[in-house]
Write a new protein. Structure first.
Length: 199
């Protein structure tokens, strides 16, 4: 096997392990992503986890980082970089992220990272801060020139927190419907005089 083929094979193994771990974390949190479960789902040997990520904790840190990266990529993919932006479009993009595996990772990892300092919390905070900056940028465009609205930073905390909260509640109670919860959030913003859909 040539060096190029070995590198390609290693990248593919790492990708498969990361995808398997993401699915498991999205389904049941970090505890569900045991080294054996990840290896079984990826169809790769257990030793590959340590080879690529150093440890299970290193793998979960990578899952968190990828989840935030994918969320930001999705926002940038569906929302315009400049020009008019509606609150409805932003909520729709957020709902798509919340429903995706990356959004479920945010909710299932949060209880673990709230337990205290450590690499998982550090990875989560880094990802959250980056995503929050993206949200603030979008919300500044929406709220500019609209008197009476909270500032973009406060709105970003509210909307991002609502997504994590809805997923957390859905994990506790499967009857919680994400789409209905976000429709209610949209209605609340409209009743409170928030940005109208055609703003």
């Amino acid at each position: 096997m040539t060096a190029g083929r070995r590198e390609e094979s290693a990248r593919e193994s790492r990708r498969r392990l990361l995808e398997a771990a993401t699915e498991l974390v999205a389904e049941g949190g970090p505890r569900a992503a045991s080294v054996q479960a990840v290896a079984d789902r990826a169809g790769i040997s257990r030793g590959s986890v340590a080879w690529h990520f150093g440890s299970k904790e290193g793998l979960i840190v990578a899952v968190i980082g990828q989840a935030f990266q994918r969320a930001e990529e999705e926002y940038r993919r569906v929302l315009p970089e400049s020009g008019p932006l509606t609150f409805d479009a932003l909520l729709d993009a957020h709902l798509a992220v919340v429903d995706a595996p990356c959004g479920r990772v945010f909710a299932t990892v949060l209880p673990e990272v709230m337990g205290g300092p450590g690499p998982l919390r550090d990875a989560y905070v880094r990802g959250y801060e980056g995503t929050r900056r993206v949200w603030v940028g979008y919300l500044e465009r929406i709220t500019a020139g609209t008197p009476g609205l909270p500032d973009a930073k406060s709105l970003a905390s509210l909307v991002f927190g609502s997504g994590v909260g809805v997923n957390t509640l859905h994990g506790l109670d499967g009857l919680v419907d994400r789409a209905e919860a976000f429709a209610a959030l949209r209605t609340l913003f409209e009743l409170a005089g928030g940005p109208a859909p055609d703003a």
